[in-house]
Design a protein around this ligand. Sequence first.
Ligand code: ZN
Length: 198
Amino acid sequence: MEYYSSQINRLVEELSRLPGIGSKSAQRLAFHILNMPKENAQSLAGAITEARNNVRYCKECCTLTDDDLCPVCKNGKRDHRTIMAVENTRDLAAYEKTGKYEGVYHVLHGAISPMLGIGPGDIRLKELMVRLQKDVDELIIATNSSLEGEATAMYISKLVKPTGIKVTRIASGVPVGGDLEYIDEVTLLRALEGRREL
Ligand code: ZN
């Protein structure tokens, strides 16, 4: 890529490191950014730097947030005795968009995958177990219906059952291998309502 000047090259290279962005898309984005009004480009750069500097894990549910506690955990009107375990913050957002779930969440930041060498110690499971020592009525496991998601659900269920807390799994209205974040709200709600006890 020697036909652009070095600064343009750097921008293209940085963009092409993003997931799903090949070198053609990176070039398109780079020239789009370069043609933006200066203020907009600065605002974009500022948003990236600020978010990256301030975003951390919620002390309670481990979702990404820019405060000690995320808005859901802070909300006293939520049912803090019902916890839904999801794989990532985008899955949390998907369930929040339905507007019908009143409990709180726990974000695992991944799923157990022996194939990829991701074990129970690599996801936020310890933090979940600590939370379950408080007053909790139900743990809803809403990991994806992929192989990893199912393995994670099984593992957590085995770990939690002896505590006497009710453990449920969302129904498989969610297509196999389907990422929660791409599924429409009606299907998500149906999966939640049809959850079964493990
Ligand atoms: Zn939280």
